[in-house]
Design a protein around this ligand. Sequence first.
Ligand code: SF4
Length: 148
Amino acid sequence: MSSTPFWEEKSLDAMSDEEWESLCDGCGRCCLHKLVNDETHDVFYTRVACALLHPETGQCTRYHDRLSEVEDCLDVRRMNASELAWMPRSCAYRSLSEGKPLLEWHPLITGDPSTVIAAGITVAGKTISENSIDVDQLEAEIIEWVDT
Ligand code: SF4
């Protein structure tokens, strides 16, 4: 049996559902509203979260039904490489699609889910709900996140 971890051996497309899901560190960053510069295509993250994101845990409260409940929820498994570039640099799906390794705090490396919190990657406790602001004012909520 190979000692190479599956994420180094397989393409994203070749992974089982279980392997795919284990790559998600649960940071919650993909659940934040983003703004894209039309000219440069740069993506800016805001601290404004989908109403389904639990503000304290940073987890989706309707994970299994999210795609049917939220019209523009991202189905990451169906995203192509250019769409994955919208994801945060810390996201394992983006890293692997760009040929980069998992970061040293990733739970698959450390064996400990809490390292996502210790590394400052989770959005838990750092967001406001889309229901609490005027979404036309998103620019005022742009925020820089730690990426490593
Ligand atoms: S940004 Fe990536 S790692 Fe973080 S919750 Fe979304 S899919 Fe998972």
